[in-house]
Design a binder for this molecule. Structure first.
Ligand code: RNT
Ligand code: ZN
Length: 412
């Protein structure tokens, strides 16, 4: 008997059908953030990363051009099992002689990305880039009291909606367009309402642009604080959730964007009760919103369980969002995205109905014992079966190292 067959029968003894779990993984798509490849630099400005986020480390081999980033993504995709989408930021526009500022970018500036996605049969998600740009004034964009600044960023949002429609039309896959602004204050503001009222007005102005809501899903990402913006964040959780509900857009939760003892896994069920769809940025905060590579850790597993147990795999847009510049960036991509999928497969292999019944019958002692027992079930053998059915090597470090020696070290 193979290790897989043995593991399958052990899971069967818990009442779990491993084949069914593997089949469910076929429909799982993770949207892979392009910005791990170049530490959120992009191609459109020489401005340093701003907006209260930071990539730390200087591991050699950062992608410097579109061609390098595309090659690196290809390497990462070859080592990630199952379906992916490409998640782009507006600052990854590709210009020839037709350089345009953020408020004037056009679908044409993303044609190389569309060609890339089409050739690989994948969809594209998108993000307006409200940071690392000279028009960010006093750390404010859509909430700025300076009308020239605010309207510049409104035009950027509208331009991005059009580009998102273009991605959906060209690839035939709906595009998730996520709005996140860094706006906030380092120290205690005198007026908390004013910036939020302007943000609301700006969002209204962007979203009144007609767009096909079956092809573009607008999501709104909240945050608790950013570096240098510790005292006040315009796009707080309450703001973003309320706005999303009222405007009929999709709320996005990034699990680095809450107080350290608050967990996104506990929030998913509430949001699913009130939204057709929700969106996630899966990351790993270490003491703060540090954007470390996603691991197969307890909270990642708990997030996955909430999606699976609530039958919500088709209702949750799952994207990764982290940027570690201190290790091989391709490995960072592969490790993190694999761990999201690993957590989902792990969740699909839990006897979720049985566990729910124990809870409902108040048998919490048995619930604890069974949940603990399941932690050491032979999950690794099912995971390896998933990798081999996806034609992905279990050991990816060899491939990553080879690419590093052949390609990355030459980028100095
Ligand atoms: C920042 C947000 C946001 C960014 C990306 C680059 O705290 O998480 O999602 O990480 O847009
Ligand atoms: Zn995020």
């Amino acid at each position: 008997m193979s290790r897989f067959d043995e593991a399958k029968s052990i899971y069967a003894s818990y009442g779990v059908d491993a084949e069914k779990a593997l089949a469910a993984m076929e429909d799982v798509t993770v949207s892979v953030h392009c910005w791990q490849g170049d530490d959120v630099t992009g191609f459109d400005t020489a401005d340093a990363l701003s907006g209260g986020i930071q990539a730390t480390g200087n591991y050699p081999g950062k992608a410097r051009t579109p061609a390098e980033l595309m090659a690196d993504l290809d390497k990462a995709f070859s080592l990630i099992p199952g379906k992916v989408k490409l998640n782009l930021h507006a600052c990854y526009a590709i210009f020839d002689s037709d350089r345009a500022d953020r408020d004037a970018i056009k679908p044409a500036h993303f044609k190389p990305w569309v060609d890339y996605a089409k050739a690989r049969g994948i969809g594209v998600d998108f993000n307006p880039t409200f940071f690392s740009h000279p028009m960010v004034k006093d750390n404010l964009t859509l909430s700025s009291p300076d009308e020239a600044v605010r309207s510049f960023w409104v035009r950027h949002g509208i331009a991005c909606l059009k580009i998102s429609e273009y991605f959906a039309a060209e690839t035939g896959v709906p595009c998730v367009m996520n709005i996140w602004i860094p706006d906030g204050y380092k120290d205690i503001p005198a007026d908390r309402m004013g910036p939020r009222a302007r943000f609301k007005k700006s969002l209204d102005e962007i979203l009144c642009t007609p767009y096909d809501k079956t092809k573009v899903y607008v999501t709104l990402e909240s945050k608790v604080f950013g570096i240098g913006l510790e005292s006040y964040t315009v796009g707080s959780a309450e703001f973003c959730l309320s706005y999303s509900t009222k405007a009929g857009v999709t709320p996005l939760m990034d699990n680095g964007h809450y107080h350290p003892t608050e967990v996104v896994s506990d929030k998913i069920s509430s949001l699913l009760l009130f939204n057709d769809r929700i969106a996630l940025h899966v990351t790993r905060p270490v003491r703060w919103d540090s954007d470390h590579v996603v691991l197969f850790d307890d909270e990642t597993k708990e997030i996955a369980k909430e999606i699976v147990r609530n039958n919500a795999l088709s209702r949750v847009f799952i994207a990764t969002d982290y940027f570690d510049a201190s290790i091989n960036r391709i490995s960072a991509w592969v490790t993190g995205v694999r761990n999201v999928k690993k957590a989902l497969l792990f969740a699909l292999l839990q006897p979720n109905e049985k566990l729910r019944a124990l809870q409902e019958e108040g048998r919490m002692t048995e619930l604890m014992a069974l949940q603990e027992d399941l932690k050491t079930a032979p999950f690794g053998d099912i995971w390896h079966e998933y990798l081999s059915r996806s034609q992905t090597p279990a050991d990816y470090i060899g491939a990553v190292k080879e690419y590093e020696e052949k390609v990355l070290v030459n980028r100095t």
